[in-house]
Design a protein around this ligand. Sequence first.
Ligand code: FUB
Ligand code: ZN
Length: 685
Amino acid sequence: MCSPKSFLLVLGLGGTLSAGAQTRLDYPIQAVPFTQVKLADDFWLPRLKTNTDVTIPASFARCESTNRVKNFEMAAAHQGKFATTYPFDDTDIYKTIEGASYSMSLYPDAKLQAYVDELIAKVGAAQEPDGYLYTARTIDPAHPQKWAGQARWEKERELSHELYNAGHLYEAAAAHYQATGQKNLLTIALKNADLVCSVFGPGKRSVAPGHEIVEMGLVKLYRVTGQAKYLSTAKFFLEARGHYPGYDPKSTDTWKNGSYWQDDKPVVDQREAEGHAVRAEYLYSAMADVAALTGDKQMLAAVDSIWNNLVAKKMYVQGGTGAAGDGERFGANYELPNATAYNETCASVADVFWNQRMFQLHGESKYVDVLEKVLYNGLISGVGLDGKSFFYSNAMQIRNGQRYHDTEPARAGWFECSCCPTNLVRLMPALPGYVYAQRGSDLYANLFISGTTNLVINKKKVQLEQQNNYPWAGDLRFVVRPAGAPAAFNLLVRIPGWARGAAMPSDLYTFAGGPVAAPVRITVNGQPVAYAMKNGYAVLARTWRKNDVVAVTLPLETRTVQANARVLDDRGKVALQRGPLVYCAEWADNDGRTSNIIVPAGTAFTPVAKPQLLNGITALTATVPVVRVDAAANSVSTAPRTLTAIPYYAWANRGKGEMTVWFPAQVTDVDLLSQPPAADKAAGK
Ligand code: FUB
Ligand code: ZN
């Protein structure tokens, strides 16, 4: 995301920007940088604060206690034995530094800065003289970690993650430089990137990186330095895909046919989201970057098709992606099982990156609709309300206390493969950068988060303030404050798909009752205004005066959602959505069970504000039938009960037990195997 600030930083680096680079191609729409957006809301700001106060220190502490830091110390000393499990464990340090950097630009912290500087010094000391940086080999080159291969890069196409580590280093370095203005990490990253560019490229070595992200990272370095080689190497890596050695197109094994690595076809020929979900979504983000920066139309067509495939056939209703645990990968079209849903938290993080880029390419609200869905549901479900307990996979259903992927339906403080917690660490404080975007005279309001932003539009300074209680209420208020004389520009307010009767920008999920929605009313200074809709945005074009107030009323109603009939697991079932939030029922609010709940068509839900529950939520309640199994009488019956649903993101913060997202609408669709006989229930089992 290039920004006026990063552009200035380029110049501050010491003159690597060429005259041509000043007119370089880029995304037509630029995000307003996170540093220019000050949040003041009750939903996100406490989460950012928890990330700063709890998650970042916990993450650094775990990097220390699990020997991730020790690996760098041993690499610097060239002695010892690689002390963690995976060759990509270095990246947990990079990602936490990235998150800490974003956080420090919001909340300056001299102690944290000193600690980060100390860590950066350790990273620098572990770097080999030519720039190579990979503790899994440098500690003891004769006995590298088993995935690393005997020689540099030889296992890169498979599992060494040398370029994955490099990519996270670049991402962290760009963030650290942008946030702090310091070059200590950037210098390390550039030295490594220069090595990578000297090893790989036309006429040199070629590889399809085994785990994408180096491409995105190189693009970030290109933005920071203006050096074309970083962009061309990113493009080179993208174009290296589709030459998978040993490729067996007939095999359905994703490792044998190369699709696990998105390596079965050249990227420009890829049309479906396939393989390992995190790898894939980092790849698609990089394809968007390269399409924007080079004008590559084929790349653009490919990434557009892949996006359509994903939102029409491969996304869970709460925004999760990567249905299959085996290979942490996308399933086939419409393969979205609930009991075994994988939904890695990192895939949600990657999806946010990707959808932001798609929006910047096309300026259509549907991309932000998806981004919002992921953000408010399947992404923040990945971190507990305490800020230090996490989900790696995000379940869609827990029956009888069972969980398919982890041993229990409980969060963990850290994982042996701990990519997800540290990915959240870096995404959370960067959130203000997703709220607004600009293209010339157009100012896009994408996310509804109270706070202020200071902008320059048409060379005039303008402050915009948002005041709302989103996602709990649909009333949005924007106060426009040009610094001097009135300023003419267009305020484009996203009218979310859910407010226009669309559960999803595809037919994968639809609202029961059809795409009806109350009209969205907009007033300026209390007077209703007619507005044009463009690409999902209400366009308010006027000459704004100081303290003009725009009020937008989004119809926030509880809707039931149905899945496309081709999603077998959701047939005959409904999910609940209110505004951007998808709801679930959890054992703690429902007499200990949720797999016995039926939600018949036409059930009326009442939103109930519960400020004391789960850090403050609006719950949904309704009277519904629940199934009772009487083993002694050999009978099944239903009885009315109050269903209480909570936002999906808030589940699993009160211990272990059942959770349901998709509710059968009729008794015939209830899974009786999950129902304990009445006698067990009476005994509290
Ligand atoms: O391979 C590095 C990370 O580990 C991946 O992104 C995650 O899916 C996990 O496998
Ligand atoms: Zn992960």
